[in-house]
Design a protein around this ligand. Structure first.
Ligand code: ADP
Length: 494
């Protein structure tokens, strides 16, 4: 059977109080009884003194008789007289223990069996006859037997009959009082205890609920209650424990999420790499097939001057393409592995851009394209070689995919603590659906056009890699009308 803690505590308190009260009442009652007994003894001893005096007085004032005869003759009268004095029942015995007079008919002790009563009295009488004081309680009556002193020796015994009714009733009243007080205290302490422990039990209940919540992973956002005692400290402890568990579980979840993400990335990377290798093989095969075809033709028709010229031009072009491709592939793979190779330094953007523009202006002119550069002074922290590579690639594309007499505009500004560089060309533009894909390795919008201009589809992928390695970003802006606009952004260094 499950007994609630508040019931246990309340019962414990009630039992404790009743025990204390029981022990207290026992000792108080004992004390009172002892005190009453002493008082009765003193009271009866005084009466015995008076009795002795009166007996002596009567003995000496009357005719001088033998004590035995005196007791026999005057016993009855004396007993009645002494009863008048003392207000108690008086019985006189002579030195032989024979009753010589009594003021009472023995009614008060009649309720008790005669044999018991008589044997008790006789024993007490025998004792008193040895010049000693004896008691005998019979029912609610106390028989007090004391020696009567004669002229030379003990001449008899006086028995005073004292009613214990009033003291017994006083003791009973006291007992009842303790009993009723005890029951009242028991009930009251139980109720008070119950109410008091109710609060503590409610607090314990709240702690239990908090623990269950935590078990269900419903973490508590504040201590279940506030108290300035051990329960309050426990509530706070549970709250902190809940917070710690929540945090460590959140950290574990976060770790798991990151791990999952890393696994997905690795899988994607693996996929990408497979595709990359496939693309490389394919891209390498195309120029090599073309070269091999021309070599075979030359073996067959080595005296054909037209074929020779055509083969020379084509082989040169394909070789150049192969060379560029090998260079870019090597750069891409180096970029993935050797982070330490990039050495960042402070670069003045306007200067850098002007340098790139002037390097590319020769190639642009050959295609009748003009490059204009409008760069505002700003500094960025970047690896200079990567910077050059990024913008040479972008300008190269802007030339390759431009139209005759086209334009390229390079612009830079400092905004929101970032240096933003745009390269706008008046070329053939990039369709919207290819906006993200152009950054994938080997992706080309138009393969023939790319090939014609010696493109490999690796340029922009390399550019994005380099830009991101330098904490920057590159996006192809939506261009209204013709041409393409690339925007690059790098954190500015003041
Ligand atoms: P490629 O070596 O073929 O130029 P890139 O990675 O540099 O490879 O470019 C990917 C593709 O994006 C190109 O094949 C081309 O179709 C398109 N592209 C890149 N830049 C431009 C541009 N400025 N104008 C038009 N198309 C462009």
């Amino acid at each position: 059977m499950r007994i609630s803690i508040k019931l246990k505590f309340s019962l414990f308190l009630a039992v404790l109080l009743i025990l204390a009260l029981g022990v207290l009442s026992y000792f108080v009652l004992q004390g009172v009884e002892k005190n009453q007994q002493t008082q009765t003894e003193v009271y009866l001893a005084q009466h015995v003194k008076t009795v002795n005096l009166r007996v002596k007085q009567t003995y000496y004032t009357g005719t001088r008789l033998e004590p035995q005869t005196f007791m026999k003759q005057r016993g009855r009268g004396l007993a009645t007289e002494l009863a008048g004095f003392t207000g108690l029942g008086v019985t006189l015995y002579d030195a032989q223990g024979l009753q010589v007079g009594s003021s009472i008919q023995d009614t008060s002790i009649q309720d008790h069996p005669a044999v018991d009563r008589q044997s008790g009295v006789n024993a007490a009488l025998a004792y008193a006859l040895q010049n000693k004081i004896a008691y005998e309680a019979v029912g609610d009556t106390l028989l007090y037997l004391a020696p009567l002193q004669g002229p030379e020796e003990q001449m008899g015994v006086v028995q005073l009959q004292y009613s214990l009714k009033s003291s017994q009733s006083f003791l009973r009243t006291l007992q009842n009082l303790f009993l009723t007080t005890g029951i009242a205290v028991l009930l009251l302490s139980f109720i008070i205890g119950y109410l008091y422990f109710n609060r503590a039990a409610a607090a314990i209940g709240r702690l239990k609920k908090a623990a269950e919540d935590i078990r269900r992973a419903e973490y508590i956002q504040a201590p279940p209650f506030r108290r300035k005692d051990e329960l309050g400290e426990l509530a706070e402890g549970i709250y902190f424990m809940s917070m710690e568990i929540e945090q460590s579980i959140a950290a574990k979840d976060e770790e798991q999420r990151k791990l999952q993400l890393a696994i997905h990335k690795l899988q994607a990377l693996e996929q990408q790499q497979k595709q990359y290798i496939g693309n490389i093989s394919h891209e390498f095969k195309t120029p090599l097939t073309s070269i091999k075809a021309y070599v075979d033709l030359l073996n067959m028709y080595d005296d054909d001057p037209k074929l020779l010229l055509e083969a020379k031009a084509s082989i040169a072009k394909e070789t150049q393409r192969l060379y560029e491709m090998v260079e870019k592939v090597l750069r891409v793979s180096a970029l993935e592995k050797y982070d330490f190779e990039s050495q960042a330094e402070l670069l003045e953007v306007a200067e850098g851009l002007r340098d790139v523009c002037s390097r590319m202006s020769g190639k642009a002119e050959r295609f009748g394209i003009t490059i204009s550069c409008d760069a505002k002074p700003a500094h960025i922290w970047i690896d200079k070689e990567s910077f050059m590579h990024i913008f040479i690639n972008l300008l190269d594309n802007a030339i390759k995919y431009n139209v005759p007499q086209g334009t390229i505009h390079v612009y830079s500004e400092l905004r929101d603590n970032r240096v933003r560089i745009t390269i706008r060309d008046s070329g053939i533009g990039i369709p919207n659906e290819a906006r993200e894909r152009i950054f994938e390795p080997f992706y080309t919008v138009n393969r023939d056009r790319s090939r014609q201009s010696g493109g490999t589809g690796l340029g922009l992928s390399l550019v994005r890699n380099l830009v991101e390695k330098q904490n920057g970003s590159i996006t192809l802006l939506e261009s209204e009308g013709e041409g393409s606009v690339f925007e690059l952004s790098f954190p500015a260094t003041s």
